[in-house]
Design a protein around this ligand. Structure first.
Ligand SMILES: [Zn+2]
Length: 89
């Protein structure tokens, strides 16, 4: 009788440990996926070809030229870029 109860308790503990492992691995999966998703949206650096500096994409001035995207730290750099492109043609 007592042996039967101990057996049941043993199985309950085993099931609980299994449940904890399941939760642990699910949390691990979530943690490894989260940084990859956030990297694409924020914290990205873009290069300003005029003064050769890197600026965060959300602070950069965006200019589309002949279907290509260019980023600049200021409107001055953008202006210089456009003048450069004009003089080459
Ligand atoms: Zn610049």
């Amino acid at each position: 009788m007592i042996a039967g109860i101990i057996k049941i308790i043993f199985y309950v503990i085993l099931a609980y440990i299994g449940y904890l492992f399941f939760r642990f691995f699910r949390a691990l999966n979530k943690a490894s996926k989260a940084p990859r998703a956030s990297k694409g949206t924020s914290g990205m650096m873009v290069k300003d070809d005029i003064c050769n500096t890197y600026i965060p994409k959300e602070n950069a001035i965006r200019q589309i030229y002949e279907g290509k995207e260019y980023y600049f730290c200021s409107s001055e750099c953008r202006q210089r870029f456009l003048e450069q492109k004009k003089s080459r043609q």
